[in-house]
Write a protein that binds this ligand. Sequence first.
Ligand code: AMP
Ligand code: MG
Length: 501
Amino acid sequence: MHFNNQYECLGKTFYVKTNPVPVANPTLIKFNDELAKTLGLSSIDLNSTDGAAIFSGNYIPDGADPLAMAYAGHQFGGFNPQLGDGRAILLGDIETPDNKFYAMQLKGSGRTAFSRSGDGRAALGPVIREYLLSEAMFKLGVPTTRALAVVTTGEDVVRGGLVPGGIITRIATSFVRVGTFQYFSAQGDADAVKKLADFVIERNYPQACEAENPYIVFFQSVVDAQVALIAQWMTLGFIHGVMNTDNMSIAGETIDYGPCAFMDAFDHDQVFSSIDRRGRYAYSNQPSIGLWDLTRLAETLLPLLADDTDAATDIAKEVLQSYVESSHKHWLTGMRAKCGLSADPKLVSATAMENDKTLIEELFDTMADNAVDFTLMFFHLSRLSNNKQTQASEHENACRDLFAKPEQFDEWLVKWRKRLDEQTLSDDNRQAAMQAVNPIYIPRNHQIEAAIRAAEDRNDFSVFHELHDVLQNPYVIQEGKDKFMLPPKPDEVVVETFCGT
Ligand code: AMP
Ligand code: MG
Protein backbone atom coordinates (compact mmCIF):
# COMPACT_ATOMS: atom_id res chain seq x y z
CA MET A 1 0.00 0.00 0.00
CA HIS A 2 1.41 3.31 -1.02
CA PHE A 3 0.33 5.84 1.58
CA ASN A 4 0.67 9.58 1.04
CA ASN A 5 -1.24 11.01 3.97
CA GLN A 6 -2.55 14.35 2.81
CA TYR A 7 -5.28 14.77 5.41
CA GLU A 8 -2.77 14.41 8.20
CA CYS A 9 -0.89 17.43 6.82
CA LEU A 10 -3.82 19.69 7.73
CA GLY A 11 -2.62 19.68 11.32
CA LYS A 12 -3.68 18.38 14.67
CA THR A 13 -6.83 20.44 15.16
CA PHE A 14 -8.36 18.35 12.36
CA TYR A 15 -8.06 14.96 14.05
CA VAL A 16 -6.81 12.92 16.96
CA LYS A 17 -4.19 10.32 16.14
CA THR A 18 -5.60 7.01 17.29
CA ASN A 19 -4.66 3.43 16.64
CA PRO A 20 -7.34 0.80 16.07
CA VAL A 21 -7.99 -1.41 19.09
CA PRO A 22 -6.91 -4.98 18.21
CA VAL A 23 -9.55 -7.70 18.06
CA ALA A 24 -9.47 -11.31 19.25
CA ASN A 25 -9.75 -13.34 16.09
CA PRO A 26 -10.05 -11.57 12.75
CA THR A 27 -11.38 -13.51 9.77
CA LEU A 28 -11.53 -12.01 6.31
CA ILE A 29 -15.03 -12.57 4.92
CA LYS A 30 -14.84 -10.57 1.71
CA PHE A 31 -12.11 -8.80 -0.18
CA ASN A 32 -12.89 -6.58 -3.16
CA ASP A 33 -10.38 -7.62 -5.82
CA GLU A 34 -11.78 -5.27 -8.43
CA LEU A 35 -11.50 -2.22 -6.15
CA ALA A 36 -8.04 -3.34 -5.03
CA LYS A 37 -6.93 -3.17 -8.67
CA THR A 38 -8.26 0.39 -8.99
CA LEU A 39 -6.25 1.32 -5.93
CA GLY A 40 -3.11 -0.39 -7.17
CA LEU A 41 -3.18 -2.91 -4.31
CA SER A 42 -2.11 -6.53 -4.53
CA SER A 43 -4.94 -9.00 -4.04
CA ILE A 44 -2.46 -11.82 -3.54
CA ASP A 45 -0.92 -10.03 -0.58
CA LEU A 46 -4.14 -8.73 0.92
CA ASN A 47 -6.74 -11.44 0.29
CA SER A 48 -5.04 -13.41 3.02
CA THR A 49 -4.46 -13.69 6.75
CA ASP A 50 -2.19 -10.66 6.47
CA GLY A 51 -5.14 -8.81 4.94
CA ALA A 52 -7.35 -9.95 7.82
CA ALA A 53 -4.81 -8.50 10.24
CA ILE A 54 -4.73 -5.17 8.40
CA PHE A 55 -8.49 -4.84 7.84
CA SER A 56 -9.21 -5.63 11.46
CA GLY A 57 -6.76 -3.02 12.72
CA ASN A 58 -4.56 -5.67 14.34
CA TYR A 59 -1.64 -4.77 12.12
CA ILE A 60 -0.90 -1.24 10.94
CA PRO A 61 0.63 -1.30 7.45
CA ASP A 62 3.78 0.69 6.73
CA GLY A 63 3.01 4.27 5.86
CA ALA A 64 -0.40 4.33 7.54
CA ASP A 65 -0.79 6.85 10.34
CA PRO A 66 -4.20 6.19 11.85
CA LEU A 67 -6.35 9.06 13.02
CA ALA A 68 -9.94 9.90 13.94
CA MET A 69 -11.31 12.89 12.06
CA ALA A 70 -13.09 15.69 13.91
CA TYR A 71 -16.45 16.92 12.67
CA ALA A 72 -19.70 18.41 13.86
CA GLY A 73 -23.16 18.18 12.34
CA HIS A 74 -26.85 18.90 12.37
CA GLN A 75 -28.59 15.70 13.41
CA PHE A 76 -32.32 15.76 12.60
CA GLY A 77 -32.08 19.55 12.53
CA GLY A 78 -30.31 20.01 15.87
CA PHE A 79 -26.67 21.12 15.89
CA ASN A 80 -24.06 18.99 17.64
CA PRO A 81 -20.70 20.84 17.71
CA GLN A 82 -18.70 17.69 18.48
CA LEU A 83 -19.25 14.44 16.63
CA GLY A 84 -16.22 13.04 14.81
CA ASP A 85 -15.13 9.50 13.98
CA GLY A 86 -16.42 7.63 17.02
CA ARG A 87 -16.12 4.18 15.53
CA ALA A 88 -14.03 4.83 12.43
CA ILE A 89 -10.34 5.40 11.89
CA LEU A 90 -8.64 6.84 8.83
CA LEU A 91 -5.68 4.59 8.11
CA GLY A 92 -4.40 7.15 5.64
CA ASP A 93 -4.56 8.32 2.05
CA ILE A 94 -3.62 5.86 -0.67
CA GLU A 95 -1.93 7.25 -3.76
CA THR A 96 -2.58 5.08 -6.81
CA PRO A 97 -0.02 4.42 -9.55
CA ASP A 98 -1.86 7.03 -11.68
CA ASN A 99 -1.56 9.60 -8.85
CA LYS A 100 -5.15 9.57 -7.69
CA PHE A 101 -5.88 9.84 -3.97
CA TYR A 102 -8.28 7.72 -1.98
CA ALA A 103 -8.87 7.75 1.75
CA MET A 104 -8.97 4.38 3.51
CA GLN A 105 -10.98 3.98 6.67
CA LEU A 106 -11.76 1.18 9.09
CA LYS A 107 -15.26 1.34 10.58
CA GLY A 108 -15.89 -0.57 13.81
CA SER A 109 -12.25 -0.43 14.88
CA GLY A 110 -12.63 0.62 18.51
CA ARG A 111 -13.07 3.68 20.67
CA THR A 112 -11.64 7.09 19.78
CA ALA A 113 -11.62 10.51 21.41
CA PHE A 114 -14.98 11.08 19.67
CA SER A 115 -16.76 7.94 20.82
CA ARG A 116 -18.76 9.65 23.58
CA SER A 117 -20.74 6.83 25.21
CA GLY A 118 -20.35 4.46 22.24
CA ASP A 119 -18.19 1.36 22.14
CA GLY A 120 -16.44 2.27 18.89
CA ARG A 121 -17.48 -1.05 17.42
CA ALA A 122 -19.80 -2.18 14.65
CA ALA A 123 -22.04 -5.21 14.61
CA LEU A 124 -21.59 -7.59 11.70
CA GLY A 125 -25.14 -6.91 10.42
CA PRO A 126 -24.66 -3.21 9.59
CA VAL A 127 -21.21 -3.99 8.16
CA ILE A 128 -22.72 -6.52 5.75
CA ARG A 129 -25.48 -4.05 4.90
CA GLU A 130 -22.95 -1.31 4.08
CA TYR A 131 -20.84 -3.65 1.97
CA LEU A 132 -23.80 -4.85 -0.10
CA LEU A 133 -25.42 -1.44 -0.49
CA SER A 134 -22.33 0.57 -1.33
CA GLU A 135 -21.06 -1.94 -3.89
CA ALA A 136 -24.54 -2.25 -5.42
CA MET A 137 -24.71 1.53 -5.59
CA PHE A 138 -21.42 1.65 -7.45
CA LYS A 139 -22.60 -0.93 -9.97
CA LEU A 140 -25.82 1.01 -10.44
CA GLY A 141 -23.64 3.95 -11.49
CA VAL A 142 -24.16 6.16 -8.45
CA PRO A 143 -21.24 7.99 -6.77
CA THR A 144 -20.51 6.31 -3.45
CA THR A 145 -17.91 5.36 -0.91
CA ARG A 146 -16.79 1.82 -1.64
CA ALA A 147 -16.14 -1.30 0.35
CA LEU A 148 -12.72 -2.93 0.21
CA ALA A 149 -13.07 -5.62 2.86
CA VAL A 150 -15.16 -7.12 5.62
CA VAL A 151 -13.78 -8.98 8.60
CA THR A 152 -15.43 -10.60 11.56
CA THR A 153 -13.66 -9.80 14.78
CA GLY A 154 -14.24 -12.95 16.82
CA GLU A 155 -15.72 -10.69 19.51
CA ASP A 156 -19.31 -9.93 20.38
CA VAL A 157 -20.78 -6.46 20.70
CA VAL A 158 -23.76 -5.43 22.78
CA ARG A 159 -26.70 -4.28 20.64
CA GLY A 160 -29.74 -5.15 22.71
CA GLY A 161 -28.28 -8.63 23.15
CA LEU A 162 -24.88 -9.92 22.12
CA VAL A 163 -24.18 -9.99 18.38
CA PRO A 164 -21.01 -10.77 16.42
CA GLY A 165 -18.76 -7.82 15.66
CA GLY A 166 -17.47 -6.81 12.24
CA ILE A 167 -15.23 -4.20 10.65
CA ILE A 168 -15.63 -2.74 7.18
CA THR A 169 -12.79 -1.09 5.29
CA ARG A 170 -14.21 1.67 3.17
CA ILE A 171 -12.72 3.88 0.52
CA ALA A 172 -13.72 7.40 -0.49
CA THR A 173 -12.17 10.16 -2.53
CA SER A 174 -12.66 12.15 0.68
CA PHE A 175 -14.23 11.60 4.09
CA VAL A 176 -14.66 15.35 4.60
CA ARG A 177 -18.30 16.14 5.31
CA VAL A 178 -20.42 19.28 5.48
CA GLY A 179 -20.08 18.72 9.22
CA THR A 180 -16.28 19.03 9.01
CA PHE A 181 -16.71 22.62 7.83
CA GLN A 182 -19.29 23.21 10.54
CA TYR A 183 -16.90 21.96 13.21
CA PHE A 184 -14.41 24.76 12.57
CA SER A 185 -16.96 27.40 11.64
CA ALA A 186 -18.81 26.86 14.94
CA GLN A 187 -15.53 27.49 16.77
CA GLY A 188 -15.03 30.73 14.82
CA ASP A 189 -11.85 29.28 13.31
CA ALA A 190 -11.94 30.96 9.89
CA ASP A 191 -8.35 29.91 9.11
CA ALA A 192 -9.20 26.26 9.55
CA VAL A 193 -12.29 26.60 7.33
CA LYS A 194 -10.09 28.14 4.63
CA LYS A 195 -7.44 25.46 5.03
CA LEU A 196 -10.07 22.74 4.76
CA ALA A 197 -11.63 24.36 1.68
CA ASP A 198 -8.20 24.63 0.04
CA PHE A 199 -7.55 20.97 0.80
CA VAL A 200 -10.86 19.84 -0.69
CA ILE A 201 -10.44 22.08 -3.74
CA GLU A 202 -7.00 20.70 -4.50
CA ARG A 203 -8.07 17.12 -4.04
CA ASN A 204 -11.66 17.02 -5.32
CA TYR A 205 -12.39 20.18 -7.30
CA PRO A 206 -9.06 21.26 -8.87
CA GLN A 207 -10.91 23.13 -11.66
CA ALA A 208 -11.99 25.68 -9.02
CA CYS A 209 -8.34 26.77 -8.57
CA GLU A 210 -8.41 28.66 -11.84
CA ALA A 211 -11.40 30.82 -10.92
CA GLU A 212 -11.13 34.40 -9.69
CA ASN A 213 -12.74 33.27 -6.43
CA PRO A 214 -12.12 29.50 -6.16
CA TYR A 215 -14.45 29.20 -3.15
CA ILE A 216 -17.52 30.23 -5.13
CA VAL A 217 -16.75 27.64 -7.80
CA PHE A 218 -16.02 25.10 -5.09
CA PHE A 219 -19.37 25.73 -3.39
CA GLN A 220 -21.20 25.61 -6.71
CA SER A 221 -19.43 22.33 -7.53
CA VAL A 222 -20.47 20.74 -4.24
CA VAL A 223 -24.04 21.88 -4.85
CA ASP A 224 -23.98 20.46 -8.39
CA ALA A 225 -22.54 17.16 -7.19
CA GLN A 226 -25.16 16.79 -4.44
CA VAL A 227 -28.08 17.72 -6.63
CA ALA A 228 -27.04 15.14 -9.21
CA LEU A 229 -26.46 12.51 -6.52
CA ILE A 230 -29.82 12.95 -4.83
CA ALA A 231 -31.57 12.90 -8.22
CA GLN A 232 -29.98 9.52 -8.86
CA TRP A 233 -31.22 8.25 -5.50
CA MET A 234 -34.71 9.38 -6.48
CA THR A 235 -34.66 7.57 -9.80
CA LEU A 236 -33.68 4.34 -8.06
CA GLY A 237 -36.05 4.59 -5.11
CA PHE A 238 -33.18 4.85 -2.65
CA ILE A 239 -33.80 6.35 0.76
CA HIS A 240 -30.65 7.38 2.61
CA GLY A 241 -32.36 7.53 5.97
CA VAL A 242 -30.05 9.92 7.88
CA MET A 243 -29.23 12.92 5.74
CA ASN A 244 -27.65 14.75 8.66
CA THR A 245 -24.96 17.26 7.68
CA ASP A 246 -22.30 14.95 9.11
CA ASN A 247 -23.48 12.31 6.65
CA MET A 248 -23.23 14.55 3.58
CA SER A 249 -19.94 14.06 1.75
CA ILE A 250 -18.18 17.09 0.38
CA ALA A 251 -17.16 14.93 -2.58
CA GLY A 252 -20.78 14.21 -3.56
CA GLU A 253 -20.52 10.50 -2.80
CA THR A 254 -23.21 8.51 -1.00
CA ILE A 255 -21.81 7.99 2.49
CA ASP A 256 -22.81 6.38 5.78
CA TYR A 257 -25.07 3.50 4.90
CA GLY A 258 -27.01 3.29 8.13
CA PRO A 259 -30.76 2.82 8.19
CA CYS A 260 -31.02 3.24 4.42
CA ALA A 261 -32.98 1.10 1.97
CA PHE A 262 -34.30 0.79 -1.54
CA MET A 263 -38.07 0.99 -1.74
CA ASP A 264 -40.18 -1.97 -2.78
CA ALA A 265 -43.78 -0.69 -2.97
CA PHE A 266 -43.77 2.93 -4.08
CA ASP A 267 -44.77 5.51 -1.50
CA HIS A 268 -43.90 9.21 -1.70
CA ASP A 269 -43.51 9.35 2.09
CA GLN A 270 -41.62 6.10 2.64
CA VAL A 271 -39.33 6.07 5.67
CA PHE A 272 -37.36 3.06 6.93
CA SER A 273 -35.19 4.53 9.62
CA SER A 274 -36.22 3.54 13.12
CA ILE A 275 -35.07 6.93 14.41
CA ASP A 276 -36.88 9.07 11.82
CA ARG A 277 -40.22 9.29 13.57
CA ARG A 278 -41.37 12.44 11.82
CA GLY A 279 -40.33 11.49 8.29
CA ARG A 280 -37.73 14.26 7.98
CA TYR A 281 -35.70 12.05 5.65
CA ALA A 282 -38.62 10.43 3.80
CA TYR A 283 -38.15 9.58 0.11
CA SER A 284 -39.78 12.67 -1.36
CA ASN A 285 -38.17 15.03 1.18
CA GLN A 286 -34.65 14.14 0.10
CA PRO A 287 -34.15 16.91 -2.50
CA SER A 288 -35.30 19.64 -0.10
CA ILE A 289 -33.26 18.22 2.77
CA GLY A 290 -30.25 18.27 0.45
CA LEU A 291 -30.80 21.99 0.03
CA TRP A 292 -31.19 22.44 3.79
CA ASP A 293 -27.85 20.71 4.39
CA LEU A 294 -26.11 22.72 1.69
CA THR A 295 -27.45 25.92 3.23
CA ARG A 296 -25.61 24.91 6.42
CA LEU A 297 -22.46 24.49 4.30
CA ALA A 298 -23.02 27.94 2.78
CA GLU A 299 -23.11 29.46 6.26
CA THR A 300 -19.64 28.13 6.98
CA LEU A 301 -18.24 29.42 3.68
CA LEU A 302 -19.60 32.99 3.83
CA PRO A 303 -16.28 34.59 4.89
CA LEU A 304 -14.64 33.00 1.83
CA LEU A 305 -17.26 33.98 -0.73
CA ALA A 306 -16.76 37.77 -0.40
CA ASP A 307 -15.24 40.27 2.04
CA ASP A 308 -18.57 41.92 2.66
CA THR A 309 -21.19 39.78 4.46
CA ASP A 310 -24.13 41.05 2.41
CA ALA A 311 -22.30 40.38 -0.83
CA ALA A 312 -21.31 36.91 0.42
CA THR A 313 -24.91 36.17 1.39
CA ASP A 314 -26.12 37.20 -2.07
CA ILE A 315 -23.59 34.90 -3.72
CA ALA A 316 -24.58 32.01 -1.47
CA LYS A 317 -28.27 32.60 -2.17
CA GLU A 318 -27.67 32.62 -5.89
CA VAL A 319 -25.80 29.31 -5.76
CA LEU A 320 -28.48 27.78 -3.55
CA GLN A 321 -31.16 29.04 -5.92
CA SER A 322 -29.42 27.12 -8.70
CA TYR A 323 -29.96 23.96 -6.61
CA VAL A 324 -33.73 24.35 -6.82
CA GLU A 325 -33.78 24.76 -10.59
CA SER A 326 -31.19 22.07 -11.12
CA SER A 327 -33.01 19.66 -8.83
CA HIS A 328 -36.19 19.92 -10.92
CA LYS A 329 -34.21 19.52 -14.12
CA HIS A 330 -32.34 16.45 -12.89
CA TRP A 331 -35.55 14.87 -11.65
CA LEU A 332 -37.30 15.38 -14.98
CA THR A 333 -34.29 14.19 -16.98
CA GLY A 334 -33.88 11.09 -14.85
CA MET A 335 -37.56 10.20 -14.80
CA ARG A 336 -37.99 10.85 -18.53
CA ALA A 337 -35.15 8.40 -19.15
CA LYS A 338 -36.82 5.83 -16.89
CA CYS A 339 -40.05 6.22 -18.85
CA GLY A 340 -38.43 6.23 -22.28
CA LEU A 341 -39.51 9.79 -23.03
CA SER A 342 -36.93 11.38 -25.27
CA ALA A 343 -36.05 15.03 -24.71
CA ASP A 344 -33.85 15.23 -27.78
CA PRO A 345 -35.10 18.20 -29.88
CA LYS A 346 -34.19 16.22 -33.00
CA LEU A 347 -36.59 13.47 -31.99
CA VAL A 348 -39.49 15.22 -30.31
CA SER A 349 -41.16 18.63 -30.42
CA ALA A 350 -41.25 21.00 -27.46
CA THR A 351 -45.05 20.88 -27.45
CA ALA A 352 -45.11 17.10 -27.19
CA MET A 353 -42.81 17.32 -24.16
CA GLU A 354 -44.89 19.91 -22.32
CA ASN A 355 -46.91 17.44 -20.32
CA ASP A 356 -44.08 15.04 -19.46
CA LYS A 357 -43.87 16.15 -15.84
CA THR A 358 -47.61 15.61 -15.37
CA LEU A 359 -47.47 12.25 -17.11
CA ILE A 360 -44.63 11.08 -14.86
CA GLU A 361 -46.30 12.40 -11.73
CA GLU A 362 -49.51 10.61 -12.68
CA LEU A 363 -47.60 7.37 -12.95
CA PHE A 364 -46.06 7.81 -9.49
CA ASP A 365 -49.39 8.80 -7.97
CA THR A 366 -51.11 5.69 -9.33
CA MET A 367 -48.13 3.57 -8.29
CA ALA A 368 -48.48 4.96 -4.77
CA ASP A 369 -52.22 4.43 -4.83
CA ASN A 370 -51.70 0.79 -5.81
CA ALA A 371 -48.53 0.14 -3.76
CA VAL A 372 -46.76 -0.91 -6.97
CA ASP A 373 -43.24 -2.26 -6.71
CA PHE A 374 -40.91 0.51 -7.89
CA THR A 375 -38.22 -1.59 -9.56
CA LEU A 376 -40.47 -4.26 -11.07
CA MET A 377 -42.72 -1.61 -12.59
CA PHE A 378 -39.88 -0.06 -14.56
CA PHE A 379 -38.40 -3.46 -15.37
CA HIS A 380 -41.60 -4.45 -17.19
CA LEU A 381 -42.24 -0.98 -18.64
CA SER A 382 -38.75 -1.08 -20.19
CA ARG A 383 -39.77 -4.22 -22.07
CA LEU A 384 -43.18 -3.06 -23.17
CA SER A 385 -43.68 -2.36 -26.85
CA ASN A 386 -45.59 0.54 -28.31
CA ASN A 387 -47.53 -1.74 -30.60
CA LYS A 388 -51.21 -1.26 -29.82
CA GLN A 389 -52.47 -3.68 -32.46
CA THR A 390 -51.20 -6.93 -31.03
CA GLN A 391 -52.51 -8.73 -28.00
CA ALA A 392 -51.26 -7.44 -24.66
CA SER A 393 -47.72 -8.73 -24.24
CA GLU A 394 -46.37 -10.67 -21.29
CA HIS A 395 -44.81 -7.47 -19.89
CA GLU A 396 -47.98 -5.46 -20.36
CA ASN A 397 -49.90 -8.03 -18.37
CA ALA A 398 -47.14 -8.10 -15.77
CA CYS A 399 -47.44 -4.32 -15.39
CA ARG A 400 -51.21 -4.55 -15.01
CA ASP A 401 -50.82 -7.29 -12.40
CA LEU A 402 -48.82 -4.93 -10.21
CA PHE A 403 -51.88 -2.71 -9.82
CA ALA A 404 -54.74 -3.47 -7.47
CA LYS A 405 -56.82 -1.24 -9.77
CA PRO A 406 -55.46 -2.16 -13.23
CA GLU A 407 -57.79 0.26 -14.99
CA GLN A 408 -55.64 3.07 -13.54
CA PHE A 409 -52.63 1.62 -15.32
CA ASP A 410 -54.61 1.14 -18.55
CA GLU A 411 -55.57 4.81 -18.56
CA TRP A 412 -51.98 5.86 -18.04
CA LEU A 413 -50.74 3.43 -20.68
CA VAL A 414 -52.87 5.09 -23.35
CA LYS A 415 -51.39 8.50 -22.52
CA TRP A 416 -47.86 7.10 -22.36
CA ARG A 417 -48.16 5.43 -25.77
CA LYS A 418 -49.60 8.60 -27.23
CA ARG A 419 -46.52 10.46 -26.01
CA LEU A 420 -44.23 7.74 -27.46
CA ASP A 421 -45.96 8.25 -30.83
CA GLU A 422 -44.78 11.85 -30.77
CA GLN A 423 -41.09 10.92 -30.80
CA THR A 424 -39.18 9.60 -33.77
CA LEU A 425 -37.22 7.03 -31.82
CA SER A 426 -37.50 3.39 -32.81
CA ASP A 427 -39.28 1.17 -30.33
CA ASP A 428 -36.20 -1.05 -30.02
CA ASN A 429 -33.91 1.87 -29.28
CA ARG A 430 -36.37 3.32 -26.80
CA GLN A 431 -36.59 -0.02 -24.97
CA ALA A 432 -32.80 -0.43 -24.96
CA ALA A 433 -32.37 3.07 -23.53
CA MET A 434 -34.90 2.33 -20.79
CA GLN A 435 -33.27 -0.99 -19.95
CA ALA A 436 -29.94 0.77 -19.53
CA VAL A 437 -31.29 2.94 -16.71
CA ASN A 438 -33.87 0.69 -15.06
CA PRO A 439 -32.15 -1.96 -12.96
CA ILE A 440 -33.40 -5.51 -12.68
CA TYR A 441 -31.68 -6.21 -9.36
CA ILE A 442 -31.47 -3.79 -6.47
CA PRO A 443 -30.35 -4.65 -2.94
CA ARG A 444 -33.80 -5.40 -1.62
CA ASN A 445 -34.18 -5.00 2.08
CA HIS A 446 -35.51 -8.50 2.74
CA GLN A 447 -32.61 -10.04 0.82
CA ILE A 448 -30.12 -8.02 2.83
CA GLU A 449 -31.89 -9.09 5.98
CA ALA A 450 -31.64 -12.75 4.88
CA ALA A 451 -27.89 -12.32 4.27
CA ILE A 452 -27.46 -10.75 7.71
CA ARG A 453 -29.52 -13.42 9.47
CA ALA A 454 -27.51 -16.25 7.87
CA ALA A 455 -24.23 -14.54 8.77
CA GLU A 456 -25.11 -13.52 12.31
CA ASP A 457 -27.17 -16.52 13.34
CA ARG A 458 -25.44 -19.36 11.51
CA ASN A 459 -22.04 -17.98 10.54
CA ASP A 460 -23.12 -18.73 6.96
CA PHE A 461 -21.88 -16.16 4.43
CA SER A 462 -23.13 -17.94 1.30
CA VAL A 463 -26.32 -15.85 1.21
CA PHE A 464 -24.24 -12.66 1.41
CA HIS A 465 -21.92 -13.82 -1.38
CA GLU A 466 -24.74 -14.87 -3.71
CA LEU A 467 -26.60 -11.59 -3.24
CA HIS A 468 -23.39 -9.62 -3.71
CA ASP A 469 -22.61 -11.43 -6.95
CA VAL A 470 -26.07 -10.83 -8.43
CA LEU A 471 -25.79 -7.12 -7.63
CA GLN A 472 -22.57 -6.90 -9.63
CA ASN A 473 -24.65 -6.81 -12.83
CA PRO A 474 -27.85 -5.00 -11.94
CA TYR A 475 -28.95 -4.30 -15.51
CA VAL A 476 -28.46 -7.80 -16.95
CA ILE A 477 -30.91 -10.69 -16.57
CA GLN A 478 -29.16 -13.55 -14.78
CA GLU A 479 -30.42 -17.06 -15.18
CA GLY A 480 -31.70 -18.75 -12.04
CA LYS A 481 -31.68 -15.50 -10.06
CA ASP A 482 -35.38 -14.61 -10.37
CA LYS A 483 -35.90 -14.51 -6.63
CA PHE A 484 -33.63 -11.47 -6.39
CA MET A 485 -35.96 -9.53 -8.67
CA LEU A 486 -38.99 -10.06 -6.55
CA PRO A 487 -40.47 -7.92 -3.81
CA PRO A 488 -40.78 -9.46 -0.34
CA LYS A 489 -43.63 -11.78 0.54
CA PRO A 490 -45.83 -10.30 3.28
CA ASP A 491 -43.90 -12.13 6.00
CA GLU A 492 -40.54 -10.99 4.58
CA VAL A 493 -41.27 -7.26 4.56
CA VAL A 494 -38.72 -5.24 6.53
CA VAL A 495 -40.59 -2.24 7.90
CA GLU A 496 -37.78 -0.61 9.82
CA THR A 497 -34.03 -0.42 9.50
CA PHE A 498 -31.58 0.49 12.24
CA CYS A 499 -28.36 2.45 12.10
CA GLY A 500 -26.64 -0.25 14.12
CA THR A 501 -25.08 2.24 16.49
P1 AMP B 1 -24.01 8.01 12.44
O1 AMP B 1 -25.41 8.18 12.91
O2 AMP B 1 -23.65 6.59 12.17
O3 AMP B 1 -23.69 8.91 11.30
O4 AMP B 1 -23.08 8.44 13.66
C1 AMP B 1 -23.21 9.66 14.34
C2 AMP B 1 -22.09 9.84 15.30
O5 AMP B 1 -22.12 8.83 16.31
C3 AMP B 1 -20.70 9.79 14.69
O6 AMP B 1 -19.88 10.70 15.38
C4 AMP B 1 -20.27 8.36 14.97
O7 AMP B 1 -18.88 8.22 15.00
C5 AMP B 1 -20.87 8.13 16.36
N1 AMP B 1 -21.10 6.71 16.61
C6 AMP B 1 -22.03 5.91 16.04
N2 AMP B 1 -21.96 4.67 16.51
C7 AMP B 1 -20.94 4.65 17.42
C8 AMP B 1 -20.36 3.64 18.27
N3 AMP B 1 -20.81 2.40 18.28
N4 AMP B 1 -19.34 4.01 19.05
C9 AMP B 1 -18.88 5.27 19.05
N5 AMP B 1 -19.38 6.25 18.30
C10 AMP B 1 -20.40 5.96 17.48
MG1 MG C 1 -22.19 9.33 10.15
